[in-house]
Design a protein around this ligand. Structure first.
Ligand code: BES
Ligand code: ZN
Length: 617
């Protein structure tokens, strides 16, 4: 990424100096730390009126983005981020203006500079999205459950909102929005805003998000979507054939919400609904305000994977209320949220359950620490993504190292005191862009209160600013895994699969069992496991994923057709990358991976497809 960036920037600077030398304020530079071209800190967008049509035939969104802005610094230009957008016309306070758009820089798009005067407050930009839009995934009817109507969803975190609309695409800036979205007959549109509960025969939907949000939380989905309520503030949006099953699976949302409010304070966003997206949704979940987007792979039939919803719900406090000021501070979003998620789960299940989650999370973190290297700068909680893509900071570190650090604070200070602090933290930084330093300062003031021995004992600076893992990392020893490990050892020695005591095992016990088995496992043992527990045809995505990894390592060919089916149907990166990664370890596996990818590619999100294509080269 770095080299690419340097080259593009050089090329770009040469370009600027050759064609726009006259006006120094109009030099549009990428801010490599904030990953934006925009001058959001000088001229600040406040409100968006978004009036667009969704065109499934041409796979684009076209219309007008009207921004209300504040020009406190009396700048002569307002600069936006765009990515593969075609700009048709721009008006400032009602008058046509000439604008300037830089050439495209890989991953970041182009800056769009528009001349303004001191008096101006409104700019309207007529545009349409492009074929390379990284925020959009267009599905054909055959890629949906109903097979009749096509589908569209967006995924804007971290810096993809700019491919949906011209915006100042930085988490440090917050905007309110009003949207009018036209869609084809028979479809429903939903956003991260106040949503309809019925289809509208004219295909025009209106939305309001009156609470300021960063642009990465703008979201839209369009398709054959229906709504079913769970209680008076929560419900599920999904395709009709999924609605009953998804609603039943997510029926604990009100209990989760009660638990979350006990910890975080009142939920401030009005409704909390979940959109269960089609299987090609590229991630597990996204905390779009009022409407979490989630992968259908969490609908396991036994509620065993719904902690993902607790996670996205928790972001309503850590993330959506208190937002990382820069992507270097991602752990403030994801670490606090992972901790918060487990506190919710502890309340609605029990300690034996969350202990398993903590342990599996610990294993994920260890695995990343090993791959990245204990001295890798990217294993710090506060990372440095200057001149790098925000995606480069994404790993289990912000999530699991972040969460376990917060847990260490809780355990050292005591839950009662810590919970008071956490509540105050959410209130103090609500709606403010928050840096790691803001958070640490608030810990100093209201948690350590001058007790330097306490702070040193925790090793705060080491946790946050140094790579690797400090030696005071808390770890759970789940009692339920002790039984699993005993059974696994017996199985590895001589016990037949049918004689293992697995009666009350849930997803997490199975994950522990499968992860800890030797890779590869002998053909006989694979056969014995599969014939007894039917892993190959498991409808539990987490178990299937873990099993297929073992199958590849053990060359257990019986499972390959089902694995191919899984890889073609599911678009969730977390499952795809490790499975392709496992396959490419051998020549034979690599050609299998290539063949599967060719078939599966149309179902993958453009960015996921690109990543896997690179792996297979
Ligand atoms: N906000 C994240 C997703 C995200 C992070 C997208 C960074 C782009 C950049 C979301 O809350 C999340 O963490 N999703 C997880 C599920 C969670 C249970 C760990 C996922 O998608 O796997
Ligand atoms: Zn998250």
């Amino acid at each position: 990424m770095q080299i690419n960036w340097t080259i593009s920037c050089l090329a770009f600077l040469i370009f600027i100096s050759s064609c726009k030398p006259s006006d120094s304020e109009n030099v549009i530079e990428l801010n490599p730390k904030m990953h934006t071209f925009s001058n959001y800190d000088k001229v600040t967008t406040k409100h968006l009126d978004w009036d667009v049509n969704v065109d499934f035939k041409h796979k684009n969104i076209a219309g007008i983005a009207t921004w209300t802005f504040e020009n406190k610094s009396k700048s002569k230009y307002i600069i936006f981020d765009t990515y593969d957008l075609t700009i048709k016309k721009i008006k400032v306070n009602g008058k046509d203006v000439q604008y300037f758009q830089t050439p495209m820089i890989d991953d970041y798009g182009s800056g769009l500079s528009i001349p303004i005067t001191e008096k101006d407050t409104i700019v309207s930009i007529e545009y349409n999205t492009g074929q390379k839009a990284t925020a959009l995934q267009w599905l054909s009817a055959t890629q949906t459950a109903g097979k009749v109507l096509p589908y569209l969803f967006t995924q804007c975190e971290s810096i993809h909102a700019r491919s949906l609309l011209p915006c100042q695409d930085v988490p440090a800036n917050r905007i309110t929005y009003h949207a009018v979205v036209g869609v084809p007959n028979g479809m429903m549109a939903v956003m991260s805003a106040k949503n309809p509960t019925m289809k509208n025969p004219d295909g025009i939907y209106e939305f309001d998000m009156e609470i300021p949000v960063p642009t990465y939380l703008i979201a839209l989905a369009v398709g054959d979507i229906e709504y079913k309520a769970i209680d008076n503030r929560s419900g599920v949006y999904t395709e009709p054939s999924m609605l009953a099953k998804a609603t039943a699976e997510l029926s604990d949302i009100p209990a989760m919400m009660k638990a979350a409010e006990e910890l975080g304070g009142p939920y401030r966003w009005g409704n909390y609904d979940v959109l269960v997206a089609p299987p090609s949704f590229p991630i597990g979940g996204m905390e779009n305000p009022r409407l979490t987007f989630a992968t259908p792979t969490i609908i396991a039939g036994d509620k065993s994977l719904v902690s993902l919803i607790a996670h996205e719900m928790a972001h309503s406090w850590s993330g959506n209320l208190v937002t990382n000021a820069t992507w270097d501070d991602l752990w403030l979003n994801e670490g606090f949220t992972t901790y918060f998620e487990r506190r919710i789960m502890e309340k609605i299940t029990d300690k034996s359950y969350v202990d398993m989650q903590w342990e599996l999370g610990y294993q994920d973190m260890q695995s990343d620490l090993t791959t990245m290297g204990m001295d890798s700068a990217d294993t710090r909680l506060k990372v440095n993504l200057n001149k790098r893509h925000p995606g480069d900071g994404f790993s289990n570190i912000p999530y699991e190292k972040g969460a376990v650090f917060i847990r260490l604070l809780e355990e050292t200070i005591g839950r009662k005191q810590f919970d008071i602090w956490l509540n105050n933290y959410f209130n103090k930084f609500a709606f403010k862009p928050t840096t790691t330093e803001d958070c640490l300062k608030f810990m100093d003031e209201e948690l350590f209160k001058g007790d330097t021995a306490l702070k040193n004992n925790i090793q705060v600076n080491r946790w946050v600013y140094e790579p690797g893992l400090p030696d005071n990392c808390p770890r759970s020893n789940p009692t339920r895994f002790i039984e699993v490990d005993k059974n696994r050892t017996n199985f590895e020695q001589q016990t037949a699969a049918r004689n293992l005591i697995t009666k009350n095992w849930t997803t997490h016990e199975w994950l522990q069992f499968l992860r800890k088995l030797p890779h590869p496992l002998t053909a006989d043992k694979m056969k014995d496991l599969d014939e007894t527990f039917h892993f190959t045809v498991s409808t539990n995505s987490e178990i299937a994923d873990e099993w297929y990894k073992l199958c590849i390592a053990s060359n257990y060919e019986v499972a390959f057709p089902a694995m191919e089916q899984f890889l073609t149907n599911v678009g969730r990166k977390k499952f795809l990358e490790p499975l392709y990664g496992e396959m490419i370890k051998t020549e034979k596996g690599k050609s299998m991976a290539k063949a599967i990818f060719e078939k599966a590619k149309p179902n993958y999100h453009p960015q996921t497809a690109e990543k896997i294509e690179k792996m297979l080269k």
